[in-house]
Design a binder for this molecule. Structure first.
Ligand SMILES: Cc1cc2nc3c(=O)[nH]c(=O)nc-3n(C[C@H](O)[C@H](O)[C@H](O)COP(=O)(O)OP(=O)(O)OC[C@H]3O[C@@H](n4cnc5c(N)ncnc54)[C@H](O)[C@@H]3O)c2cc1C
Ligand code: SF4
Length: 494
């Protein structure tokens, strides 16, 4: 293959891999972007200006050596590009797919700042590692020396798995406990297949198993086994349990039938995607097919819900958000994808109340679900305007009196964010300190909690965050656990 020169951004425009048409992709749960062809990946990588101070690298939470793997890709040296890329990232092909690059590496690319359009860093990262899998370059870990010390990791999400990977590389014995039947955490059961196909996660789980990581699945710590029992069994413990408590709404008929939590809805959909039997999907409770769906929230979870509902064959899908498009927390790229697929965004709108089915004077209670609650029939929508900025600098939404209206709905999905469960109480652990938000208190560098030998990473420490940050925490915690167990200091000063 002809070697590409670098710095071609002046003559080569930015190009993403082709996106499947909205009509085609709305029919299935496969990813929406096609793979780069080899020549196209090299061409796009060659746009990098190899600038002296790579802001992309400093804004990547893993400090990936992006300019080097872009140059190697442009030169057709893909195996070397893969080696550089995987040296700092446990799941490069996953980050390439789902990192919000516009806020991280790509948003800080120097040629983006100069108006030429960022290098498509995420798409190239995905291409390099997908190629490595195809070519058989991704192999299980064989540690140079086995060690006897064992580490128990609670939670098989990206934080726990990144730590497991690094600890096995160091030769430690690693057991990962998870309450679900498959590893991967939210990569498996939260994020839908159209952003991250499930085979991509499963092959990583298998690689870890082949590397000697022991998985104990269907094991809910605190119920099936106590936290103390896990501590007693291992020389160090890592808590990586994520955040799953859903923020709720306080209003009339908040618990009506047909009002569901985003995490339940997305988990059910992902299980169906795996071919599992899901009674709550079969009986229609967590299935949008044929329904008028209203999703409440403006974050990435809400975006995943609206697009899932489209794929399930909803009659209509509306997304309510109390601020406007410019002030929503979700990615603009995902909003655009959702709009292309037929989602209607109702900006500056908040739910005021839920009502059951009423025709004329007919009582709400006539349409009840099995639990005797009214079945959702409509959402009272309150219109908002943006007022003065609050302490965070964001404009606060204010109610416009008298502008309410009722929006018919058969399924309402609450996607209002997540909070930590009360782990010390649930697990009966004395001395495990938490912050006032309920997240576990852990040292930012060592990730050690208030209990010596117990470490914590990912969302349970940061609050709802990103896969890439959980990976970074997990990799750092592995170094820290090694130091704790061996007395040697390996933690790089930041
Ligand atoms: C719908 C949705 C979409 C998202 N999309 C993106 C995205 O596009 N890009 C991105 O970067 N981030 C995204 N995120 C955020 C990202 O998924 C999380 O930040 C990340 O997964 C956190 O990793 P973690 O390892 O801390 O926890 P998790 O991934 O939540 O994993 C925690 C694991 O711990 C297990 N567990 C919990 N309690 C127990 C217990 N008591 N006993 C045993 N096991 C337990 C859980 O079953 C789970 O498997 C999304 C989140 C959601 C909800
Ligand atoms: S890990 Fe995420 S932020 Fe870092 S280079 Fe890859 S896509 Fe960008």
């Amino acid at each position: 293959m002809a070697t590409q020169k670098m710095l071609t951004f002046v003559s080569t425009p930015r190009e993403m891999p082709a996106k499947r048409s909205a009509a085609e992709r709305s029919e299935d749960f496969h990813e929406i972007y096609r793979e780069f062809a080899t020549q196209k990946a090299a061409e796009q990588a060659s746009r990098c200006s190899q600038c002296g101070v790579p802001y992309c690298q400093s804004h990547c939470p893993l400090h990936n050596n992006i300019p080097d793997w872009l140059r190697l890709t442009a030169e057709g040296r893909l195996e070397e590009a893969y080696r550089v890329s995987q040296a700092t990232n446990t799941f490069p092909e996953i980050c390439g797919r789902i990192c919000p690059q516009d806020r991280l590496c790509e948003g800080n690319c120097v040629i983006e700042q100069s108006g030429h359009g960022t290098v498509t860093i995420g798409a190239v990262e995905k291409y390099i590692t997908d190629t490595a899998w195809d070519k058989g370059w991704v192999l299980p870990t064989t540690p140079a020396q086995e060690r006897t010390e064992s580490i128990g990791i609670i939670g098989a999400g990206p934080g726990g798995l990144a730590a497991a990977d690094m600890l096995r590389k160091k030769g430690f014995q690693v057991t990962v406990y998870d309450r679900y039947d498959r590893a991967g955490g939210l990569m498996t059961y939260g994020i839908p297949g159209f952003k991250l196909e499930k085979d991509i996660v499963l092959r990583r789980n298998k690689l870890l198993e082949d590397s000697g990581v022991e998985f104990v699945l269907n094991c809910n710590v605190g119920e099936d086994v106590s936290f103390d029992a896990i501590r007693g069994k291992h020389d160090a413990v890592l808590i990586a349990t994520g955040v799953y408590k859903t923020r709720d709404l306080e209003m009339d008929n908040a618990d009506a039938g047909g009002v569901v939590r985003a995490i339940d809805y997305l988990t059910a959909s992902n299980k169906v995607d795996f071919g599992d039997e899901v009674p709550d999907y079969e009986d229609g409770e967590l299935n949008a097919n044929g329904k008028r769906v209203v999703v409440i929230g403006g974050g990435d979870t809400a975006m995943d819900c609206v697009r899932t509902a489209i794929r399930q064959g909803a009659q209509s899908v509306k997304c309510l958000y109390r601020r406007d498009r410019a002030n929503m927390p979700g990615s603009q790229r995902e909003v655009q994808n959702a709009e292309e697929e037929g989602v209607e965004f109702v900006w500056l709108s908040a739910p005021g109340a839920f009502a059951g089915h009423v025709t004329g004077d007919m009582a709400v209670a006539q349409e009840t679900d099995v639990a005797g609650l009214p079945q959702i029939a409509s959402v009272r929508i309150q219109k908002m305007r943006l007022g003065a900025p609050d302490v965070s600098g964001r404009q606060s939404p204010e109610l416009i009196e008298g502008a309410d209206y009722d929006e018919p709905a058969d399924l309402v999905i609450k996607a209002l964010g997540f909070e930590p469960e009360e782990l010390p109480r649930l697990w009966g652990v004395d001395g495990l300190e938490v912050t006032r938000w309920g997240t576990i208190k852990a040292n930012f560098q060592t990730h050690q909690t208030s209990i010596p030998g117990v470490f914590a990473v990912g969302d349970i420490v940061r609050g709802a965050s990103l896969v890439v940050w959980a990976i970074r925490d997990g990799r750092e915690a592995a170094d820290s656990i090694e130091s704790f167990l061996t007395g040697e200091t390996r933690i790089a000063a930041e």
